[in-house]
Design a protein around this ligand. Structure first.
Ligand code: ATP
Ligand code: MG
Length: 581
């Protein structure tokens, strides 16, 4: 079972590619790979002869699974590592470069465009990047071409429902698993070598220990595999039902729902119809509460932990049963899976992308859809803002990893708020600015803050905080003139609002801005004056030192480090808007 939410974790202090991240980057399937010997050999050959190989096939045909097996097999050929980049939860093609950068442990560039930085880090390296689920980001395909054109030894392996259609791409179709030959009488012996039947049997045996193909059930199992076109995901869904029904009964119900489908959307490719019918069939057999829970859970981008799922459900939808029971039902039916994620101690639940698309359509039909999306956004706003409260503790590795894990959910919340409640979007973006800085998402952060500051011009403390956050990110990237403008506005506004803390922080940042732009010791006087002034304005030592500690470790001009006696005490940093408040 691939951990769909996994990706490399980006340590804040590492600037170059994080070699250590590669080993933990490939998801580890918990079940064995069935068949695929010839496909693996073919894909391996193609990867030896081409810098860009795209595994294509319909949803649920086993592209990701094959890709992980291939990447693990060839890992030894890539001394600089193999990096897995899950793209399914990413909605904006413009985020392809930063998602790749994050997954390989590379922070956003401070003084040049991210792509340039990425290319410079990858230019001579022999590494393999796996881009999983590219089909909805095709507009971002030129990024892949550019990376390959500008580097010498990089190879990219993609999974996508359609090819990227860029030059140099080698497509490698992933067919479904072989199905039993209709002309051979189905017996346990004749079916033993058939991969779709092996998959059904293995998954059924995982649900019902001791399950096996017998003379009695062989014909039904063979027919199930044929009716499902050998599609692995459809077969897994069907096999999950053996707990309740024998294969003959499963076949009967399956025939019924597949039959119903032929009256439906004929323009869809056959295999897609089969898969959708199988998901619909599993869905129809759920209890009403679990159905509603499945729809609600599609709101999560890249999964969510139990606590957040409960929070969203409690606020927005009555599923009529304990959330944990509903999740258990969904896991039992293979519609959701439990995954592990760094920084999240609680059980985390996620859906395969094909199932999420289906569930999202169900969510659209639910009367509570807007409430659920609003509750999702509110839950992540609360989560991010909680990190800004002093009592929430200091920035820990775990906290940053938590935000890494939830970054796609936070992006979804931001996008919801931008459309429905722009002031809340500004709050969220302001609270995220420290994370964006620490984790190297400068370009993305500046873009969000810039847009939202334009969208929400009202004078408010949130605006002060957002201006300070945007200025901090701009200074990180060497945008001193722009940062000075932002800070000028922030200081003026905070004085009008009598926001002493915002004013003090902006003043400190302005000192940092001048110091960084002068790039020498001469700037230190400016900083000291700003620092004294901030103390007068009521900013505690910790806030100031937090700002600067973060700064020293990441942004001091080369060759310039503060003397121990004059630098702020090295204290842990709080990853929150408190920095900018
Ligand atoms: N050869 C195989 N052996 C065992 N399990 C498999 C195999 N192929 C696929 N599966 C399982 O089938 C399910 C669907 O496979 P996978 O996620 O790889 O499909 P996909 O083509 O990547 O789908 P999508 O287009 O939605 O991303 C997964 O649970 C996967 O583990
Ligand atoms: Mg996939």
């Amino acid at each position: 079972m691939p951990d769909v939410s996994s990706g490399a974790v980006v340590p804040p202090s590492r600037r170059a590619i994080d070699r250590d991240a590669s080993s933990g980057s490939l998801p580890r399937p918990l079940t064995s790979l069935i068949g695929r010997e010839s496909e693996l050999a073919q894909a391996k050959r193609l990867l030896q002869g081409s810098y860009l190989v795209t595994l294509t096939g319909p949803g649920g045909s086993g592209k990701t699974r094959l890709c992980i097996a291939l990447a693990a097999e060839v890992a030894g050929d890539y001394p600089d590592g193999v990096y897995f980049v899950p793209l399914a939860p990413v909605r904006d093609p413009g985020l392809v470069p930063s998602t790749i950068a994050q997954s390989i442990g590379l922070q956003d560039a401070r003084d040049r465009p991210l792509m340039e930085h990425l290319v410079s880090q990858l230019r001579e390296r022999k590494l393999l990047i796996v881009l999983d689920n590219f089909e909805h980001l095709l507009a971002g395909a030129p990024v892949v071409t550019e990376l390959l054109q500008e580097t010498t030894a990089l190879r990219i392996l993609v999974t996508s429902r359609s090819s990227l259609r860029v030059s140099g791409e080698q497509e490698c179709p992933v067919p479904p698993l072989a199905v039993p030959d209709q002309r051979t009488p189905p017996t346990p012996e004749s079916l033993a070598a058939c991969n779709s039947v092996r998959l059904f049997t293995e998954r059924a045996a995982a649900a019902v220990p001791g399950f096996s193909v017998s003379d009695e059930n062989a014909a039904a199992i063979a027919q199930i595999a044929r009716r499902l076109d050998g599609l692995p995901l459809a077969i897994e869904l069907a096999a999950a039902r053996v707990k309740l029904l024998p294969p003959e009964a499963i076949l009967g119900r399956l025939e019924h729902s597949l039959g119903l489908l032929t009256g439906g959307s004929r323009d869809l490719p056959d295999r897609l119809q089969t898969l959708r019918a199988t998901i619909a069939w599993s869905y129809d057999l759920l209890t009403e509460g679990a159905r509603r829970l499945l729809g609600a859970c599609s709101v999560f981008a890249g999964g969510a932990d139990l606590e957040v799922i409960e929070t969203v459900c409690d606020a927005a939808v009555d599923i009529g049963l304990p959330v944990l029971d509903g999740l258990q039902e969904l896991v039992n039916q293979s519609l959701m899976r439990q995954v592990q994620s760094s920084g999240v101690p609680l059980a985390r639940y996620a859906m395969l992308e094909t199932i999420r698309e289906f569930a999202d359509e169900r969510l659209d039909q639910m009367p509570e859809a807007d409430r659920i999306r609003a509750a999702h956004a509110a839950a992540f706003l609360a989560m991010v803002e909680a990190g800004g409260r002093p009592q929430a503790g200091l920035a820990t590795k775990e906290w940053l990893e938590r935000l890494d894990t939830e970054h796609n959910n936070i992006r979804a919340a931001l996008s919801w708020y931008r459309r429905h409640d722009p002031p809340a979007a500004l709050r969220l973006a302001a609270s995220m600015s420290a994370f964006w800085s620490l984790r190297g998402h400068h370009t993305e952060g500046r873009q969000h803050l810039g847009e939202l500051l334009g969208l929400v011009p009202d004078a408010s403390i949130t605006r002060v905080s957002a201006l300070n956050g945007a200025a901090w990110l701009a200074i990180d990237q060497g945008g001193y003139a722009h940062a000075a403008n932002l800070l000028g506005e922030s200081i003026g506004l905070s004085r009008t609002l009598n926001d002493m803390v915002g004013d003090g922080i902006a003043t400190v940042y302005l000192g940092r801005c001048k110091m960084s732009s002068s790039g020498s010791r001469r700037g230190r006087g400016t900083w000291s004056a700003a620092s004294r002034s901030s103390a007068r304005r009521g900013i505690g030592r910790r806030s100031r030192s937090a700002c600067f500690t973060a700064d020293w470790s990441r942004t001091s001009p080369a060759g310039w480090m503060p003397h121990a006696s004059s630098s702020p005490a090295a204290q842990p940093c709080r990853p929150s808007s408190a920095w900018h408040r």
